[in-house]
Design a protein around this ligand. Structure first.
Ligand code: 5GP
Ligand code: ZN
Length: 123
């Protein structure tokens, strides 16, 4: 067991507002949301950072990314397309990697941000 906040959330040793769980992935609300909807998607396997990933992790990384639109739909932040082709709604996905990438928690995670702007510090 790693001394890792997100591993402790997976092990239910730290509470979190979980929105999705399967045998490989967990998704929960960020404790300090930067947008009206701010979720984190993590693998249950402790991988520190995207820099540790190779082609052998492609399926897991694909599952993490593919979960984002499902969660976005459930959270009401999916992209909508009107009959005239105009888009509305939508979300941002982000993986911070290492100090220069702004990573603070060293358990791989995919941020999913959405909801009405402005968002804090996200452009
Ligand atoms: P990073 O900068 O590493 O990409 O982002 C880490 C994120 O994890 C931050 O947005 C932070 O608010 C969130 N976070 C840190 N500790 C906890 C925690 O104990 N519970 C939850 N739900 N989120 C956390
Ligand atoms: Zn971990």
């Amino acid at each position: 067991m790693y001394n890792c906040t997100f591993c402790k959330i997976i092990a239910k040793q730290i509470p979190a507002d979980v929105v999705y769980e399967d045998d490989q992935l967990l998704a929960f609300k960020d404790i300090n949301p930067a947008a009206p909807v701010h979720l984190l998607v993590i693998p249950k396997q402790h991988l520190e950072t995207l820099s540790d990933c190779t082609g052998e992790h492609a399926e897991l990384l694909g599952k993490m990314l593919a979960l984002a639109p499902q969660l976005a739909t459930e959270q009401g932040i999916a992209v909508k397309t009107a009959p005239d082709g105009q888009h509305s709604g939508g979300f941002k996905t982000l993986i911070n990697s290492g100090p220069d990438g702004g990573q603070e928690v060293y358990h791989l995670h995919l941020h999913v941000y959405g909801g009405a702007r402005p968002w804090r510090g996200l452009g």
